[in-house]
Ligand binder design. Structure first.
Ligand code: G3P
Ligand code: MG
Length: 251
């Protein structure tokens, strides 16, 4: 079997910034993860209508803000007016939609790890991959552990890789496909991030034997988290920052 790709990342990752204890993909969430001992967070990045990189999961702002409409049709200034916290709880009312630069600054200032998921607005896969690559090269130029890049979009990953080939990448997919090795090889990825539901020990062993890493999303059950980590799963993503502590893999 091939040697495993180098992997400097922690084994537990706060999902969408700070999981479910704070509004997803906000600075308050990212801070919450840090305050709960999580040294690594995952978050979703896309382009605003005027080509600024922003942090947002869905194609529209409807579910996680007091506004409505497609992110692709809203300018950064319009997006920055939205309340991204009130839907979660009154405590977080008024929490703004972050620019990627604000997330990068917080991560670098605090010496944290991160997984940047490229989540393009439909049809903007290549330009989003390109924009994230330039931004990562700019913000991480003077140090910090390289972010892990991931995406469900092969086009976005390929566009990223062309500009920033040395930054580690993982291909996101629901289930591990039969031909995972050729996909990861052609994209130059170090790992694959998959839905935890379908992951079992033989599959983890198969991915490792091929020389690749495997992470599982989204693990919100304590026993399942212990099981996946005991099987050698390289990292789990969780929304449950209290029930699944950041050091769960250490004991
Ligand atoms: O990157 C892991 C996970 O975040 C992928 O699914 O929909 O939560 O972005 P989603
Ligand atoms: Mg995500």
């Amino acid at each position: 079997s091939k040697p495993l790709e180098p992997w400097p990342y922690p084994s537990v990752i706060a999902h969408r910034g700070g999981g479910s204890i704070a509004p997803e993909n906000t600075l308050a969430g990212l801070r919450c993860g840090f305050d709960h001992g999580f040294l690594m967070s995952e978050f979703d990045v896309k382009l605003s209508q005027d080509n600024l990189l922003i942090i947002l999961h869905d194609d529209t702002v409807d579910r996680t803000s007091d506004g409505s409409g497609a992110a692709a049709a809203l300018t950064y200034n319009e997006l920055a007016q939205l309340d991204m916290g009130g839907w979660h709880s009154a405590w977080y009312a008024g929490e703004p939609l972050p620019a990627f630069s604000q997330f990068a600054r917080f991560i670098l200032e605090n010496g944290l790890f991160c997984n940047i998921e490229i989540k393009p607005c439909p049809g903007r896969e290549v330009e989003t991959g390109v924009a994230v690559a330039h931004a990562v090269l700019k913000y991480w130029a003077d140090g910090g552990v390289s972010p892990l890049i991931s995406s469900f979009s092969r086009e976005a990953l390929a566009a990223f890789a062309e500009i920033a080939p040395a930054i580690p990448r993982a291909f996101l997919i629901d289930r591990v496909p039969e031909d995972f090795e050729s996909i990861l090889q052609s994209l130059g990825c170090q790992g694959i991030n998959v839905n935890q539901k379908y992951l079992d020990e033989p599959t983890i062993d198969r991915i490792h034997a091929a020389g690749y890493r495997v992470c599982a999303y989204t693990v919100n059950d304590y026993r399942r988290a212990r099981q996946l980590l005991a099987w050698g799963c390289d990292a789990i993503f969780t929304d449950e920052l209290v029930r699944i502590p950041a050091d769960i893999g250490a004991y």
